[in-house]
Design a protein around this ligand. Structure first.
Ligand SMILES: N[C@@H](CCC[C@H](N)C(=O)O)C(=O)O
Length: 257
């Protein structure tokens, strides 16, 4: 099997062209081993690019634990760069993922990925919860650089109300009016990752909803580099939401499937 390794602000993925449908998608153990950083290639997620009847391609996303999961924003940006590499698209595309149709474009080396509209953001005393294609708990903390993301993230991800189904957990510190630092504990990786695309999208909307910012273009500093999120507001919530950042092919290799 030929595989490609991509990274988007340090969130890394093994991506395979599965247009000929040769991958056994039920082989959870194999996918988990491929993502294992010691016994495999190593990645936060495994992504298949497949044919679709109506749009340019289909994205199928698996977490590092080998289970198919909900939307991955950074993976979405990486698969757009991969589709361009395969000459399936030029600089604009529409593709389908588990949460529906996505538009995307490549401009000045950055991948702009349109996310689904968000109408519900739940606010609690010390956090917000919303779904940006994947579920996200968003909590402001102070001293983010020294914050224990893994232990606190695991406790929140596994505790009520999320329990077994879980949630991704984003810890946030405001840096200026429209600039936030974010560190994310990812469900299905069960660790902090260097960046989470649906996570920073959730943070941008949650910070706007809670009045921490009035901006509709928000910069998010992840451990793996900067991302931007832009959006519009409407009577129901947020639409025209775009996640913007780099996506890079790191290497290509061959392994036995
Ligand atoms: N890294 C992703 C999120 C991937 C899905 C997540 N781990 C989940 O299972 O909810 C991103 O960039 O959005």
């Amino acid at each position: 099997m030929t595989f490609y390794k991509y990274q988007g602000t340090g969130n890394d993925f093994v991506i395979v062209d599965n247009r000929l449908q040769f991958i056994d998608k039920k082989d959870t153990k194999r996918i988990a081993t491929i993502c294992d950083r010691r016994f495999g290639i190593g990645a936060d997620g495994f992504i298949l690019l497949e044919n679709d009847e109506n749009v340019d391609f289909k994205m199928v996303y698996y977490n590092a634990d080998g289970n198919e999961s909900t939307m991955c924003g950074n993976g979405g940006r990486c698969i757009v760069a991969f589709a361009k590499f395969l000459n399936i698209i030029e600089n604009e595309t529409e593709f389908i993922a588990i949460d529906g149709l996505h538009k995307a474009k490549i401009e000045e080396g950055l991948v702009h990925l349109q996310m689904q509209e968000v109408s519900e953001i739940e606010s609690f005393d010390n956090h917000l919860f919303l779904d940006t294609g994947s579920p996200h708990h968003v909590e402001l903390v102070s001293g983010l650089a020294d914050f224990e993301v893994k232990s606190n993230g695991a406790r929140i991800r596994n505790g009520a109300p999320y329990n077994e189904a879980g949630s991704n957990v984003n810890f946030v510190e405001q840096l200026s009016a429209e600039n936030f630092a974010v560190r994310t504990y990812e469900r299905g990786v069960e660790d902090e990752t260097l960046s989470c695309g649906t996570g920073v999208t959730a943070v941008a909307l949650a910070m706007h909803k809670s009045g921490k910012t009035k901006a509709d273009k928000i910069s998010l500093q992840t451990q793996g580099g900067p991302l931007n999120v832009t959006f519009s507001t409407n009577d129901n919530g947020y639409d025209n939401i775009w996640l913007i950042g780099p996506a890079e092919q790191v290497f290509k290799g061959e392994i036995e499937w």
